[in-house]
Design a protein around this ligand. Structure first.
Ligand code: BG6
Length: 491
């Protein structure tokens, strides 16, 4: 289904920055290529730097050459896209500069306007108040807030209080790019578009759930930001917790913003706090040391540019979460994420319970494997279901082995290009659909839970455990499910 859109203005604060060049402009370009931008939609880069529209177009062209290789020589989309691009030089802390948006006719002709704040969150409040003071907070105008939305509950509240002085909740789009990933949306399709899975989606049938987001990259020149955040704030508070919510929530009555978010918030509120001594048995923190990844030697955390050897920031975290409600009582949710691990991949594994009684009693069948539903987000997008099968052959008797039923999305849909998360999310903001964005009560509940863990960690003098780059994290993280008689699913 093609989405018909009315023309709007997309203003990107931090328009010359890394996120804009690597993700936002390539996403907008792809939308234009696919015919999903209205004819008169404009894209306006905004930042402190003095630059002409022509210079900005040139900068964007270079970024597209690098990040959208198929755009090189694309004479169909580029001329159209280039004409959409303009630039306004604005110091986010200089309110008078915002008059330039009016000179630029942003929001004229009753168009919708999307202000994408790809800046430091310290600036969110002042940008929103300057926009309001220039009449740029009308109902048809929306702000998109990039993470991090604070570093704990208090700071996130402060940001929210400032922004909501000038924009209503319905105008605020808090982005978590994991929710824009195709397979994440497919998780909703699997759960609520089939009769097959939902009746088995509970503690009577599921033994445990595992969510892994494993990265091979290190902090990549972001030490300043990352060292203040760490894996728990950077990845768990948002991406992993959001995935957990989509796995664990009750079926919403409708697929609209409030219905979905009302169900997610119930999960967040049912998360058992991990506090005090619990933090030692239920969480593992790690920090990467040097090692080898894909045959190349890579640096340790303390050898990164700008590093501080006293840092106790975790680059890896594994934890056991429990959801205290009827559906999930007794089902552990194991979450882990880390930088500089052996392989880049993200997946959700639903591990079903063992069969109650085996009729296949010979030696080779003693260890019948349990069914597993694996939802792989990256590198490839696929869904697989492991089922036990008879090994073919008359002389084999009833010898059973696990076999994967695989659904590769690219094969199933004839290699149709799978859009990047930001494409879907930008399109949703333009059409004013907040279903895949976070409401403030969700952000707040996630921070409350994470604050408990941070608080417990801060009480200890123990350092995060070192792990070699290229490994799967500290040994203690392997032991986390083993203590409960379970194992991590191997990639
Ligand atoms: C970002 C984090 O939100 O997500 C980064 O700040 C992380 O540290 C990135 O590398 C991972 O995103 P993806 O889509 O590459 O898995």
């Amino acid at each position: 289904m093609k989405v018909s859109l009315k023309a709007c203005d997309v203003v990107i604060f931090g328009g010359g920055g890394d996120l804009a060049m690597r993700k936002l402009l390539p996403a907008l370009y792809h939308l234009d290529m696919d015919g999903l931008l209205a004819k008169d939609t404009r894209i306006i880069g905004a930042s402190r730097r003095d630059m002409s529209a022509k210079d900005y177009q040139e900068k964007v062209r270079e970024a597209l050459n690098e990040f959208v290789p198929t755009s090189v020589g694309d004479e169909k989309t580029w001329p159209r896209f280039k004409d959409r691009l303009s630039y306004v030089s604005v110091d986010a802390q200089q309110e008078s500069d915002f008059a330039r948006f009016n000179e630029h006719e942003v929001g004229s002709d009753d168009r919708d306007v999307v202000f994408y704040l790809a800046t430091s969150p310290d600036l969110f409040g002042s940008i929103c108040s300057s926009l309001a003071n220039h009449g740029l907070n009308q109902e048809r105008m929306r702000v998109v807030l990039e993470k991090p939305l604070g570093r704990d509950l208090m700071s996130s509240r402060a940001i929210n209080d400032e922004v909501t002085q000038n924009f209503g909740e319905k105008q605020i789009f808090r982005i978590d790019h994991y929710l824009g990933k195709e397979t994440v949306q497919n998780l909703l399709a699997i759960r609520f578009g089939n009769t097959l899975f939902e009746p088995l989606w509970d503690s009577a049938h599921i033994d445990n759930v595992q969510i892994t987001v494993s990265e091979t990259v290190g902090v990549e020149g972001r030490w300043g930001y990352y060292d203040k955040a760490g894996a728990l704030r950077d990845m768990v508070q948002n991406h992993l917790v959001q995935l957990l919510c989509l796995v664990a929530m009750e079926p919403p009555g409708r697929n609209d913003a409030d219905s979905v978010r009302d169900e997610k918030i119930k999960v967040l509120k049912a998360l058992r706090p991990i506090e005090g001594a619990n933090a030692y048995t239920k969480t593992v923190r790690g920090q990467y040391a040097k090692g080898m990844i894909n045959g190349k030697e890579v640096k340790g955390y303390f050898d990164e540019e700008g590093s501080n050897p006293e840092s106790r920031t975790e680059t890896f975290v594994a934890l056991r979460a429990d959801i205290d409600n009827w559906r999930w009582a007794g089902v552990p949710f194991y979450l882990r994420t880390g930088k500089r691990l052996g392989q880049r991949y993200s997946e959700i594994v639903i591990q079903y319970k063992s069969i109650p009684h085996s009729i296949f009693n010979d030696e080779s069948n003693r260890q019948l494997q349990r069914n597993q539903l694996i939802i792989r987000l990256q590198p490839e997008e696929k869904i697989s279901l492991t089922v036990m099968n008879k090994v073919p052959g008359a002389g084999e008797g009833m010898n059973l082995q696990p076999v994967d039923l695989n659904l590769s999305l690219s094969e199933a849909f004839n290699n149709k290009r799978s859009p990047e998360a930001y494409e879907r999310l930008l399109l949703d903001v333009m059409r004013n659909d907040a279903t895949l964005f976070m409401r403030y009560d969700e952000v707040e509940a996630a921070w409350k839970w994470v604050d408990g863990i941070m608080g417990a960690w801060s009480q200890t003098s123990e350092r995060p455990k070192e792990y070699a780059s290229g490994s799967w994290g500290p040994a203690a993280s392997m032991a986390l499910p083993i203590k409960d008689g379970r194992n991590w699913h191997d990639y």
